[in-house]
Design a protein around this ligand. Structure first.
Ligand SMILES: [Zn+2]
Length: 94
């Protein structure tokens, strides 16, 4: 489980923005349920911030997670959206 938290933190460090559990799970090939569990722990420790906002990946207003340093209400960068839209294989190869 610790490794899951690590990759989620890493994902958010590489992809600025806020993402729902589904999009993080899709990008990292982790079940969304496990993303949610890791999110609870990470937000509890202050490593990540959780809020209800449009997801940078799917644009739906959901409970999303962002790196703790991400300012609230920042407009989403196109880079982040593109990154999530990439096939999983590309993320895996990194
Ligand atoms: Zn999403």
């Amino acid at each position: 489980m610790d490794s899951r938290r690590g990759v989620i933190e890493e994902f958010l460090a590489v992809h600025p923005g806020r993402f729902c559990a589904d999009c993080v799970g899709l990008a990292l090939d982790i079940p969304a349920r496990q993303v949610s569990m890791a999110r609870h722990r990470l937000t509890a420790t202050g490593a990540l911030r959780s809020e209800r906002a449009p997801c940078s990946g799917c644009n739906r207003v959901r409970l999303v997670v962002a790196a703790a340093g991400t300012p609230a209400g920042t407009s989403v960068s196109q880079t982040a959206v593109d990154s999530v839209a990439l096939p999983r294989a590309r993320l895996r190869s990194e």
